[in-house]
Design a protein around this ligand. Sequence first.
Ligand code: SF4
Length: 243
Amino acid sequence: MGAEDRRGLARDLAATLRTRNVYLGSERVASQLRFALTGPGEAPAAGASASREELWQSLKDEALQCRKCRLCETRRTVVFGEGSPTADLMFIGEAPGRDEDEQGRPFVGRAGKLLTQMIEAMGLRRSDVFIANVLKCRPPDNRDPAPDEVESCRPYLERQIELIDPKVVCALGRHAVRSLVDVSQGITKIRGRKLVLPGGRTLLPTYHPAYLLRNPAAKREVWEDLKTILGILGLPVPERRSR
Ligand code: SF4
């Protein structure tokens, strides 16, 4: 298969992933891409990263036009997420709020400022991680996500996780945790526990920053969870403690 054929196959694969609303394990995606770009058993060809970018852009384009659930009727913007598309660490929240809906960016309100402080306390920047929500559109009046809305939107998050391929996913609050793994316990019981996602990635639940704004004493526990994440990533714990 020639290089042009492979590029065509990669484009077809991108289209397939865009139109099929199914979960594919990251290894399967990787093997399909590897074949599309290099042919079986060959070394990766130049351009592999471009095709990953193509897959990412396709996913983003699809999300930005999505009308799969009722939230498309009331949203101002689709909040796809932001940060590094090759990050080792992802933060997943519940859904955009009013500020996020207006700006089209995740975690930009008061809770978002606190999340930024948490990230910086880890010695990282927002641009070093990827920040997203389970729902890409704001529920009216910031109500809880409805189960059918989560079902409709979850494939976007799953595909973001597959393409980013992080070492750790930090779920902020119970809605984020329950959208990714089947757990019955509340967030107070499972925060700080290392759970496993498909593909073997670590899922570490902790409190949502909005909860911390109401319960500042819980920041101590969240800092312990952030230190656990730094340990998994093999990064040093900064001396200065988070407030
Ligand atoms: S919340 Fe998700 S599934 Fe619903 S319209 Fe927005 S992007 Fe589509």
